[in-house]
Write a protein that binds this ligand. Structure first.
Ligand code: FAD
Ligand code: SF4
Length: 525
């Protein structure tokens, strides 16, 4: 018998808060209607301005929240939905909650555990001041329960993603037989690093986009003077409800999964039809919890099995690794290391983010492509984020706080629990090695190998010095040189360090001078 049916405890009205990234229809809250529960869903100014977001990101979240509220109402639940016009009267979330609790005469307050440290702190502080009982529930989204994170992750400690991932494969019984990997290998990364050849380009499936009308939301953003970045359009191309998210998942399984792994690291000058290659673009639907990671993995596994060998094991393993491995792993690292994570800066990087990160206006073709695409679609795929924008920020020694703010704002899927470990650790090595065993630093060579960017670049990828030399080349060696004392003793960086030391003094001097000139002129590259 629940408390509301108990004659000794008369029913009490409860307010339940649903945040914008908690749109999980399968949550136990919604399985039965309860006349004593009211759900609060609100477009919040504090969430729209805590960092400068991409306009498509704010619109996609607000549109998805409205769809979720409508679904709740259709199921018979009572919903109190506030647009910015109504919620902007309150200074912040606690002020809104206080008013809503009073308005509904609520005698209890419930919320789902926020995935962001900032919001969790805010809500738990609010609850300590509250005079009515409050309760935090799980979001019932991730594959690894929150309570189990401590078994896998420890603060301030390196945890190998590969070991975690193998444990998750066994724990969730994915692609394993008798606790051993299907096909005899856990990892197919070596097969999954192909660049696209000109012939491959014509086969790339066009991304599936939606046309959700967001005119009203755009008007509200402008009415409330919310500053955003990126290209805006009256239609949101991202999935904002279950139906669209499932359609995107199906589209991925049918069209992109067969070559997902093979071209996972490839990059190409984008065109209208090729900006997401074989990537799924499911991160927004998953991070908003419209889709669960379990159902995404299951759908991909079903497709793989039904294909009867037509989809290679390396392709499905590559995809499963991203979700069962990386996604769960970065969440574990985030919670193990917050709040200290957000101030890590082991390499003592402090340069200012160049202005062209906000416009894409640079002559470096690789950065121009990755940034313009990000501004156009609020999306870049993993290797563009890691090895183009991330690599540049690492080599140029940009202040991690500024890099974090850029990533947190610009991408459709950016929520701190997943953005921060990827940026601070993977891209910037600012944690000194909690995640990566070496910095992911690369010269123009890597970009040239994995993309067609260099072919149409004003800079010459072959040169390290000289006016036309690719800036990444001198920056790369400068990075090795200036961090030699930190990287000494790391076997994974021994090779480039030896190469640097082997060069003549004259060469090294010329490269240093060129890099310093680049660093002094970051804004005009
Ligand atoms: P796919 O390539 O189709 O991969 C499938 C799914 O795997 C993704 O949807 C995502 O849920 C998961 N995934 C893949 N790689 C990672 C990873 N490294 N960490 C966590 N999940 C992963 N991802 C975000 O969701 N939000 C972010 O804010 C974010 N910021 C990033 C910042 C940097 C500097 C880097 C290097 C990576 C970042 N990523 C982030 C991880 C990754 O780039 C995106 O998840 C991915 O590009 C989303 O596109 P997709 O859905 O097409 O992914
Ligand atoms: Fe980028 Fe250098 Fe290639 Fe130009 S030459 S696209 S700057 S790697």
């Amino acid at each position: 018998m629940n408390r509301n049916e108990d004659p000794h405890h008369p029913p009490v009205k409860r307010l339940r808060l649903v945040l914008g990234d908690q749109l999980n229809q399968a949550h136990h809250w919604y399985q039965e209607t309860d006349a004593n529960v009211v759900y609060l869903i609100a477009e919040l100014k504090q969430e729209a301005v805590y960092v400068k977001h991409h306009v498509q990101k704010v619109c996609a979240f607000f549109a998805a929240m409205a769809q979720f509220a409508k679904w709740l109402e259709d199921q018979g639940h009572e919903v109190h939905y506030l647009t910015l016009d109504e919620s902007a009267r309150y200074q912040d979330l606690p002020a809104l909650l206080t008013a809503s609790i009073a308005q509904h005469g609520a005698q209890g307050f419930e919320y789902q555990r926020p995935d962001e440290y900032r919001l969790r702190e805010q809500l738990s502080d609010f609850c300590t001041q509250l005079e009515i009982p409050s309760q935090e529930s799980d979001t019932e989204h991730f594959l690894l329960p929150f309570e189990a994170l401590g078994q896998y992750f420890e603060p301030n400690k390196h945890v190998r993603m590969e070991s975690f991932y193998r444990k998750m494969r066994v724990r969730c019984r994915v692609l394993v037989e008798n606790n051993e990997p299907l096909g005899g290998r856990w990892n197919f990364d070596a097969e999954n690093r192909e660049a696209l050849k000109p012939d491959d380009l014509k086969d790339i499936p066009a991304p599936l986009c939606f046309e959700n009308d967001i005119s009203d939301i755009l008007d509200r953003l402008s009415r409330h003077e919310i500053t955003t970045i990126g290209r805006s359009s009256r239609a949101c191309l991202w999935p904002i409800n279950r139906e669209q998210s499932l359609a995107l998942l199906d589209y991925f399984c049918q069209n992109q999964l067969p070559l997902f792994g093979r071209f996972q690291d490839a990059m190409t000058c984008h065109s209208e039809h090729q900006w997401s290659l074989y990537h799924s673009r499911l991160s927004f639907a998953m991070n908003a919890k419209i889709l669960s990671p379990a159902e995404v993995i299951d759908a991909a596994l079903d497709t793989y099995h039904e294909a009867n060998g037509a989809i290679g094991l390396a392709q499905i393993e590559g995809f499963v690794r991203q979700i069962l491995g990386w996604r769960e792993y970065v969440r574990g690292m985030y919670w193990a290391n917050m709040p200290d994570y957000a101030s890590q800066n082991t390499l003592q990087a402090g340069a200012t983010l160049p202005d062209w990160f906000w416009t894409g206006e640079t002559r470096m073709r690789c950065l121009n492509e990755a940034i313009t695409q990000s501004l156009d679609y609020a999306y870049a795929h993993h290797i563009q984020r890691l090895m183009i924008t991330g690599n540049f920020a690492l080599l140029a020694g940009i202040d991690p706080a500024q890099v974090d703010a850029w990533y947190l704002g610009i991408y459709i899927d950016a929520i701190e629990w997943v953005e921060l470990p990827n940026t601070r650790s993977m891209a910037l090595f600012a944690d000194g090695g909690w995640i990566a065993t070496k910095p992911y630093a690369a010269s123009g060579n890597y970009v040239n190998k994995m993309s067609d960017y260099c072919k149409s670049c004003e800079y010459s990828v072959k040169d390290k010095t000289g006016d036309d030399a690719c800036p990444l080349n001198s920056l790369y060696w400068h990075f090795i040189d200036r961090n030699a004392h930190r990287l000494k003793g790391n076997p994974r960086t021994a090779f480039p360090m030896k190469n640097w030391e082997k060069q003549s003094d004259e060469n090294r001097q010329a490269i240093r001078a060129k890099a310093e000139q680049v660093i002094d002129n970051l804004n005009v590259l």
